[in-house]
Design a binder for this molecule. Structure first.
Ligand SMILES: NC(=[NH2+])NCCC[C@H](N)C(=O)O
Ligand SMILES: [Mn+2]
Ligand SMILES: [Mn+2]
Length: 327
């Protein structure tokens, strides 16, 4: 069974602190591959390409090591910073060729890490980086759960997008609903299952995306649901949906799920988002679930940040997923 070799976030930290026995504990040491993807051409504005270095400067490696993980490797995916040509028509997705190139490299890095029993931690970049991450994950897992933290649904297709920005199309690619999708990426596996996908934090959807969420029956916890149910109910249900009957949960974390007062350094801020504690609590519950098999953190924009606040918050949230506790 693949599962026996899957590194699960939180395990090592918990073992070290002897908190409780871990159900899926593997005999392998807990190793992390930090996969930096400095790509920002598919976002709404420049700057996301600076985020991987900013997260490192904000203390990411120190946090990882102090939780008792080993940094197996730190890879920097070579990304185009200037478009090779004038952006294509909106209808084809701007910088499609660049997104495809980057996706193939990210796919390779993520699936190599998984095959070696190493936990992939992907640092974007804008959220189009998530296409390559999903490609690499599906190369290894055939039955994956996904929790997508985001103000946005990222379900647009080349035809339906109002902006042509491909960071708003990552999940359409992952589900196979856009022309550019996982099947176009060398090494990718099959599409993700919409019934094992859960959104948390939605509050800015295009009309087409609303229709898609309903048509596909995707479980979406909007900000309204978080207000009504509280984060505990929401994250418990999300873990249940994405985690039961799957080989594990991939956490895709778009920093704009947070309220812009907490995370000002993002390219597409939307008021009314998650609070600091709601986000941390969700990450802590994910760590306790022992189901998380990979994580990506995207859309930090250092050019728009204030005193590295958003980057530091991102590092803290990664630490929480990896098992950092208050006490
Ligand atoms: N990953 C993101 N921040 N996506 C924002 C997408 C915004 C808008 N729905 C669009 O398609 O352009
Ligand atoms: Mn997003
Ligand atoms: Mn977003």
């Amino acid at each position: 069974m693949k599962n026996e070799h899957i590194p699960v976030a939180g395990d090592l930290a918990k073992q070290a602190k002897n908190v409780h026995q871990v159900p899926k504990a593997s005999s392998h040491s807990k190793e992390i591959a930090v996969i930096k993807v400095p790509f920002g051409l598919a976002g709404a504005r420049n700057g996301a390409e600076l985020a991987p270095d900013e997260l490192i400067t904000a203390g990411l490696k120190r946090e990882i090591l102090s939780l008792g993980y080993r940094l197996n490797r730190e890879v920097r995916v070579d990304c185009p910073s200037q478009p090779a040509s004038v952006p294509a028509r909106r209808q084809t997705g701007k910088h499609l060729n660049e997104v495809q190139q980057v996706s193939e490299k990210v796919c390779h890095e993520v699936s190599s890490a998984l095959h070696e029993g190493v936990f992939p931690l992907v640092l974007g970049g804008d959220h189009s980086v998530g296409i390559g991450t999903l490609a690499g994950l599906t190369a290894y897992y055939s039955n994956l759960g996904v929790i997508w933290f985001d103000a946005h649904a990222d379900l647009n297709t080349e035809e339906h997008s109002l902006t042509g920005n491909m960071h708003g199309m990552s999940l359409a690619a992952g589900l196979g609903h856009s022309t550019f999708n996982l099947s176009k990426i060398k090494g990718a596996g099959s599409f993700i299952n919409p019934s094992k996908l859960v959104y948390i934090g939605l509050r800015d959807l295009d009309q087409y995306e609303k229709e898609q969420i309903r048509a596909l029956g995707i479980r979406a916890f909007t900000m309204h649901d978080i207000d009504r149910l509280g984060m505990k109910q929401v994250i418990d249900q999300a873990i249940n949906i994405a985690g039961s009957g799957t080989e594990g949960i991939h956490v895709s974390f778009d920093m704009d799920c947070l309220d812009p007062r907490e995370a000002p350094g993002v390219g597409t801020p939307v008021p009314g988002g998650l609070s600091y504690r709601e986000a941390h609590f969700a990450m802590e519950c994910l760590a306790l679930s022992n189901h998380v098999v990979s994580m990506e953190l995207v859309e930090v924009n250092p050019l728009l940040d204030q005193n590295r606040h958003t980057a530091r918050l991102g590092v803290g949230l990664i630490a929480s997923v990896l098992g950092k506790t208050i006490l």
